[in-house]
Ligand binder design. Structure first.
Ligand code: DQA
Length: 144
């Protein structure tokens, strides 16, 4: 089975209690479980990783240069600031999809710039947790 890693950035470990009007009422564990189940149905083995630390996310991206067929990433606040995560993504030669729960283009100006949007295959924003399922379908299409 083809393997996909889903990376969740800082503060996403507190989904469910963190600004539920913006990010939804589901916990990260619930979302990850749903992704695993959905992945199995469409032929993808899904692993998930969350970190509040930029360097850990960089190291995780570096570590999947071998062993994974695709990456789905929501870098959370690092989306708007991290050249290091952008540079790490440039090391990969697997399809990568950027996901945001909220529509970052309807929010504060500082959220409307993604440091990674032009180095990933595509971006999905504004559909809540459903965006991750859309991203799995997108990567399946890219690797099939
Ligand atoms: C987010 C949007 C970011 O601006 C924010 O810092 C997050 C979550 C989203 O999924 O909508 O933590 O990436």
């Amino acid at each position: 089975m083809r393997k996909v890693l889903v990376i969740h950035g800082p503060n996403l470990n507190l989904l469910g209690v963190r600004e539920p009007d913006t990010y939804g009422a589901f916990t990260l564990d619930e979302i990850n479980l749903e992704l695993k189940d959905f992945g199995e149905k469409i032929g993808l083995s899904v692993d998930a990783f969350q970190s509040n630390h930029e360097g850990e996310i960089v190291e995780k991206i570096q570590s999947i240069r071998k062993g994974y067929n695709a990456l789905v990433i929501n870098p959370a606040a690092y989306t708007h600031t991290s050249i290091a995560i952008r540079d790490a993504l440039l090391l990969l030669d697997i399809p990568t999809v950027e996901v945001h729960l909220s529509n970052i283009y309807k929010r504060e100006p500082f959220r409307q710039k993604s440091m990674i949007a032009d180095v990933v295959n595509g971006q999905i924003a504004g559909f809540g947790k459903h965006g991750y399922l859309l991203a799995l379908q997108a990567v399946l299409n890219l690797i099939s």
